[in-house]
Design a protein around this ligand. Structure first.
Ligand SMILES: Nc1ncnc2c1ncn2[C@@H]1O[C@H](COP(=O)(O)OP(=O)(O)OP(=O)(O)O)[C@@H](O)[C@H]1O
Ligand SMILES: [Mg+2]
Length: 347
């Protein structure tokens, strides 16, 4: 399997009759062997980007390069690219092996060579035990792995996934996504992976592109995006949290709601900034003179920790205390503080 670099340069796509472009000056460089996730709300243009890379839609402007070679004008079958869809698009009555061999035959391989390659691909996804079964007699997770094997068998330079897990239940989703990631790492595959699920994007990828209305909102490693979102949009999309105005003093410390003082983690000029505090960035304690006075509205034991909602000068705040065992009584007075590193400055 080859490793290849993928470059998208200034891609624009306006569908006929659409008021605005679905994709607007989209730039992205995916390194060889890297998995990059496109993450964003429904309609933000993720699938349109993938379809342009696959050659299923022509860009109105921009270039697509694979290992430096311009493939923008090539037909889908001429591109070293495979796309795995969410609905698998398998032939239900063909055997697993024939489904995987089909594309190889279509690309001109001999029947024998196609079968060999299909076998090898099915081994990669650990389905070599069911090669003769019709695909309609497989579980959803197995069907998705057949689709993956079919894409891998073509030995694409770039592999594209469009919401590959959305037809699977929760437990299977985790399992298949881990298989995809393991295989991607082992084979050094270059992958562009579309999802609207933030947790899935963070779990599978080296980097995440957060998209908003056809544009790149921010690109970064999962942790960078989560801890240092550039905008309220990215902060909100990467997970729950509270956006709060904070004052930066001459000492460079953040002051929140007048009483909370927290380090900002970087040099800031005095003035007002927006910070994001995640549910686990807060610390809750029985009422004391320290911190922000609060009153408990709800408190629940979740096994992995305690989730408590309090009312304070900032309004309702959700606090997740990982590892904690004791819930708070409703109405109990409490004190809120913010962990060092619990407040991320936006921008
Ligand atoms: N063939 C088409 N003709 C007209 N408009 C289209 C077409 N395909 C997509 N669009 C529009 O382009 C925009 C981007 O669509 P796209 O399918 O790329 O979004 P997406 O991010 O993949 O969304 P989802 O998460 O719902 O799959 C949307 O506003 C959509 O309605
Ligand atoms: Mg889509």
């Amino acid at each position: 399997m080859s490793r290849a670099r993928l470059q998208l340069e200034g891609l624009v796509r306006r569908h006929a009759g659409a008021a605005r472009a679905a994709v607007q000056r989209f730039d992205l460089a995916v390194a060889a062997g890297e998995l990059v996730a496109l993450l964003g709300p429904s309609g933000c243009g993720k699938t349109t980007v993938l379809r342009m890379v696959a050659g299923l839609e022509p860009p109105d402007a921009g270039r697509i390069r694979i290992d430096g070679a311009d493939v923008t004008a090539l037909a889908p079958s001429e591109r070293p690219v495979s796309l795995v869809f969410q609905n698998y698009a398998l032939f239900p009555h063909l055997s697993v092996l024939d489904n995987v061999a089909f594309g190889l035959r279509a690309s001109g391989q001999s029947a024998e060579r196609a079968r060999e390659q299909a076998h090898a691909a099915l081994e990669l996804v650990e389905l070599d035990g069911v090669t003769d079964r019709a695909t309609h007699a497989l579980s959803g997770g197995q069907q998705q792995r057949v689709a993956l094997a079919r894409a891998l068998a073509l030995e694409p330079a770039v592999l594209l996934f469009d919401e590959p897990l959305s037809n699977l239940d929760e437990a299977l989703r985790r399992q298949v996504r881990e298989q995809i990631r393991t295989l991607q790492r082992r084979l050094g595959l270059t992958v562009l992976y579309v999802t609207h699920d933030q947790a899935e994007a963070m779990a599978v990828s080296d980097r995440v592109v957060v998209m908003n209305e056809g544009r790149v909102a921010q690109v970064g490693r999962p942790r960078e995006l989560y801890e240092h979102p550039a905008s309220p949009f990215v902060a909100g999309f990467m997970g729950e949290g509270r956006l709060i105005d904070a004052q930066v003093g001459d000492d460079g410390l953040l002051r929140i709601a007048g009483t909370l003082v927290v380090p900002s983690g970087r040099a800031l000029a005095p003035g007002t900034v927006q910070v994001m505090v995640r549910p686990h960035g807060w610390r809750i304690e029985p009422a004391s003179s320290r911190g922000l006075p609060a009153r408990v509205l709800r408190s629940a034991y979740l096994g992995r920790g305690i989730e408590t909602t309090v009312l304070c000068a900032l309004g309702e705040v959700l606090v997740v205390s990982a590892g904690a065992r004791r819930t708070y009584e409703i109405g109990a007075p409490a004190s809120l503080t913010i962990d060092a590193g619990g407040a991320a400055v936006l921008g």
